[in-house]
Design a protein around this ligand. Structure first.
Ligand SMILES: NC(=O)c1ccc[n+]([C@@H]2O[C@H](COP(=O)([O-])OP(=O)(O)OC[C@H]3O[C@@H](n4cnc5c(N)ncnc54)[C@H](O)[C@@H]3O)[C@@H](O)[C@H]2O)c1
Length: 245
């Protein structure tokens, strides 16, 4: 069982934390309970690295850093992690948690965690310059969706083999990129002259993390995964989807 369903909008969680908790906490509890009743052989619960560690954590952040969520979204995802741990300990549920960095790739809708990639690709395709909130020096760990799928499938295999229950793994690249660098790379892949894709800067948005980057070494070693997809390669695949759809 792969549990990805969630209320994923951090800003919405600030406006309506009750709705956020009802989906992310009670929803996850329903999934865990159903998994237990069905005798599921493997349960992969999807959580977040970006919203759980908070701004002060050393980078790239390891799983050893304490969880310091600053938003109701981060808190509800942390609660979901703790309920997962409870079901492992109390009921022997074969479950583990994957904390994703900022996921991007083909077929992404623009509202998600790395919706900025999807938005920038849409702007480039329309011949418009990208919009950046703040100075564009904020960093993210952009993770290709294929790497997420590989980690989730490998997790399920290992759980089904009776291994790794109760683990919490970062799924990221260990590489930080600024939003301005991201825009420049997408502009290059789209074949645009730098001046045609210079960002338009808007005021910074309140509550946004300044820097975020996850250390994926434990996950890569435990699951036997290949190195994460380099950003330029993942962006080229994403751009091919945007232009071919
Ligand atoms: N996209 C990212 O960068 C990122 C980063 C960290 C963690 N995550 C986690 O990965 C998972 C998938 O995120 P995503 O970006 O694909 O988001 P998404 O919004 O594309 O997918 C979430 C899905 O959950 C469904 N859903 C919402 N409320 C529901 C409910 N009450 N009952 C049943 N289904 C419901 C939505 O319809 C949607 O299809 C989430 O758990 C999210 O917290 C995503």
């Amino acid at each position: 069982m792969f549990h990805l369903a969630a209320q994923i909008d951090v800003r919405r969680s600030m406006d309506d934390p009750v709705h956020d908790a009802s989906v992310n906490v009670l929803g996850t509890l329903s999934v865990l309970q159903a998994a237990r009743e069905a005798g599921a052989g493997a349960v992969v619960v999807c959580s977040t690295g970006g919203a759980i560690y908070g701004d002060g954590a050393p980078l790239p952040t390891t799983e050893a850093e304490p969880a310091e969520p600053a938003s109701p979204y981060g808190m509800s995802k942390l609660a979901a992690e703790r309920y997962t741990r409870f079901f492992v300990g109390a009921h022997g549920l074969p479950a583990l948690v994957l904390r994703f960095a900022n996921v991007y790739g083909p077929r992404q809708h623009p509202a998600g965690g790395a919706g900025v990639v999807s938005l920038f690709c849409d702007r480039a395709r329309a011949g418009l310059r990208p919009t950046v909130f703040g100075d564009g020096g904020q960093t993210r760990d952009f993770l290709y969706v294929g790497d997420v799928a590989r980690a989730a499938l490998a997790s399920a295999d290992r759980l089904a083999a009776g291994e790794l229950a109760g683990e919490v793994f970062n799924v990221g690249t260990g590489t930080e990129s600024t939003v301005v660098e991201l825009a420049a790379t997408i502009g290059t892949i789209a074949g645009l002259a730098p001046e045609a894709f210079t960002p338009e800067f808007l005021p910074a948005r309140a509550g946004e993390l300044r820097r975020s980057c996850l250390d994926p070494s434990r996950c890569i070693a435990a699951l036997g995964l290949p190195s994460p997809t380099p950003l330029a390669e993942g962006l080229a695949r994403t751009w091919a989807w945007h232009t071919g759809r």
